[in-house]
Structure formats: C-alpha cells, structure tokens
Ligand binder design. Structure first.
Ligand code: 5AD
Length: 348
C-alpha cells in the first residue's frame, strides 16, 4: 500500500468503504495472529517525570499532581494479580523517573521472571542504552516507546530535550531491537498541527521499522498542559489537520494491521476513553488483538492522569477481568493463553 492510498483511507468517510476497510483488517488479523486476544496487565509504577512534553499531564511542571512511586512489594502484589487473572504479560510503565534506579528495576525484573511465567514488558521512557541492556540481561522481554509523531518539526515543537542532549526515539528503538527486545512503538492521532499526510508517514514508519507492537490512540487535550490550552493557531488548516476522533483512530488501527500484519496491536485505553464502553471491542474488531487491563492499585490510578477522564479509573481488577473476558467472548474471540509474543517471521 502506497502513501496516496493510505491518505485516501484516512480521509474516507463513506460507510460502505469503511466497512470494507474494517473487514480487510479483521481478515488480516485472523490470518496472521488468530482469534486469541492477549491480556497484558498494566502496572503504572510511578507518575514521577522529569520531562516537559507539552501534551502530557505527567509533565514535570504540573505541580497540581501528587507524585507516587510504587514499592517493590506493591508491584509484586499487582504481579500476583496478573498471574491470578490469567495475563500472559505484565507491563510496567512510568514517567521518565530517574528515581527508578537501574539496579532496582533489574532486580525486580529478575524476581518476576524467577517467580512467574510472565513475559515482562517495560515502558519507562528514554533511558541510557546501558539501562536497556541491564534490564534485558535481567530477563525483560519487550520494550514500548512511542515515537508519537514521525514529523520531526512537530515532534520538536511538543517535546523539549532531556537536559544533556536531543531525543532520538528512532535511534533508541533501533538499539532496543539490537538488544533483542520485542519492540513496540506508536503515535498519537490528532495532535494539533498533525496532518493526514503526517499520519500516513507514521504508518509507513511502523512498517519500515518492522515493529513487533504498535499502539495508537487519539490525542486527548489535558487542561493542565500547554498544548491542552492551545488555540486554533496550533492546528493545521481545515482539510489538512488530522482529527483525534474515534473513527480516525480505528482507521489507523486497521491500516496498522494491513501494513504490519504480524504485529501485536492493542485496543488502547485512550480509545475506550473517547468512546465509552464499546471502544475496546470495536478496536478488536478492526485489527487489534491485545488489551491492556489496568492493574494499578486504585488509589494511584487517578494520579496517572496522562489525559483527563481516563477509562476504568475506578474499576477493581476482579470486576474488570470478568467483564473483559465476557466482552472478548461476546465478539466471538478467545482469551489468549501463554505469553502472546510475536509469532511468524523474526527479524534477522
Ligand atoms: N492524549 C493522548 N495520549 C497521550 N499520551 C500522553 N499524553 C497524552 C494525551 N494528552 C500518550 C503518549 C505516551 C503514552 C504513554 O501516553 O503517546 O507515549
């Protein structure tokens, strides 16, 4: 699929044409990754962040936010729940928190790999490559780092560098692949200033990078951030600006599946947030094969406010897992057993 065709799909509004896109994506999903929906238990281990990303509620300058960092004992209790509720993977995510020490994290990964059969995914932002190597050595299987947008100018507009150098997420992703991580990335859809053309480039980059996992969600304005307060002057002209809508997000999920048939693609929380209850299912019917139930202890959950009104903020795990299993079965799919890693062709 070429860029023109991708842009045409992103701009398509016809019901019948879109039904065809959903069908193609669902067929590709079934043929390449099957009917299993893999559960990745998400633990948001710290909301401390040194960065100033202009869209994110966890940004360092947001002084309204009470900060937390979970203890190893608290995290292990959540890991126990992941096992009990049948997750094959645990995902530990945080802001860019320099208080998460390399050794401490490595010890935790080692412990999880020793005491459970879970795959371990880390999503801890940009770190020195030595950290990635140490955690891989400790047994971490996968790493997630979204590049957010492939438009370099837009990227630089909404991210300030870490003190000590520019940020090159593509180089980091390559390094992660080189270390043998199953590597995931992704983008936000509908960032002010992001065009349809930019989103098509994001999709082509997913394919060219041969990603194992692709996570996309709509950009949701957060009122306590600079970009959340942005006026119309930040947006691309009408007809060019990519909308951060539900329909647009499904299109990107579907096209990701067609361009990267073997990738693991989650139906994300941001999707559930803008749609309400059924967003997750619709993602699963339009190319996605993964869901990431939240295992973060309820008192911390509302503090991990990347964007406002995040879905499932009050649900406790037994409830949400029961509900999730029923929902997966109701759409004719099965809950995955095992780790649900990338199958098929492996990178050389
Ligand atoms: N709206 C949507 N997604 C956001 N993220 C951060 N802030 C927002 C927002 N305001 C996403 C980024 C990041 C992931 C953890 O959350 O893509 O990589």
């Amino acid at each position: 699929m070429g860029k023109d065709e991708i842009v045409a799909w992103l701009q398509e509004d016809g019901e019948e044409a879109l039904a065809r896109l959903w069908r193609k994506a669902d067929d590709a999903r079934r043929a390449n990754v099957g009917d299993a929906v893999h559960l990745r238990g998400l633990i948001e281990i710290s909301n401390v962040c040194v960065r100033h990303c202009s869209y994110c509620g966890l940004r360092a300058a947001n002084s309204k936010l009470h900060r937390y960092r979970m203890s190893a004992a608290e995290i292990m209790a959540c890991v126990g729940q992941a096992v009990r509720f049948g997750c094959g993977t645990v995902v530990m995510q945080a802001g860019e928190d320099d208080g998460i020490l390399t050794e401490w994290m490595g010890g935790l990964v080692r412990r999880i790999k020793k005491e459970t059969d879970l795959a371990v995914t880390l999503s801890l932002g940009e770190r020195p490559v030595e950290d990635f190597a140490a955690w891989r050595e400790a047994g971490a299987d996968r790493y997630l780092l979204r590049f957010e947008t492939s438009n370099r100018l837009l990227y630089e507009k909404i991210h300030s560098p870490r003190s000590g150098g520019e940020t090159d997420r593509l180089a980091i992703l390559k390094a992660l692949q080189g270390l043998g991580y199953e590597t995931g990335s992704g983008a936000m859809i509908g960032i002010p200033g992001q065009t349809y053309d930019d989103v098509a480039n994001d999709l082509l980059l997913f394919r060219d990078m041969d990603l194992d996992m692709i996570g996309v969600g709509p950009y949701i304005p957060h009122p306590d951030t600079p970009l959340g307060k942005a006026g119309p002057e930040f947006y691309a002209p009408d007809g060019l600006q990519a909308p951060g809508s539900e329909a647009m997000t499904y299109k990107v999920v579907a096209l990701s599946r067609l361009l990267c048939p073997e990738a693991n693609i989650p139906s994300t929380t941001a999707l559930a947030t803008i749609h309400g209850a059924n967003g997750r299912e619709l993602g699963l019917l339009r190319g996605a094969n993964v869901v990431m139930p939240n295992l973060t202890p309820v008192p911390y959950r509302s503090l991990y406010e990347i964007y406002p009104n995040k879905a499932c903020i009050r649900e406790n795990p037994p409830q949400s897992f029961l509900c999730l299993r029923q929902r997966v079965r109701a759409i004719g799919r099965t809950v995955g057993t095992g780790k649900g890693g990338r199958t098929g062709r492996k990178r050389a």
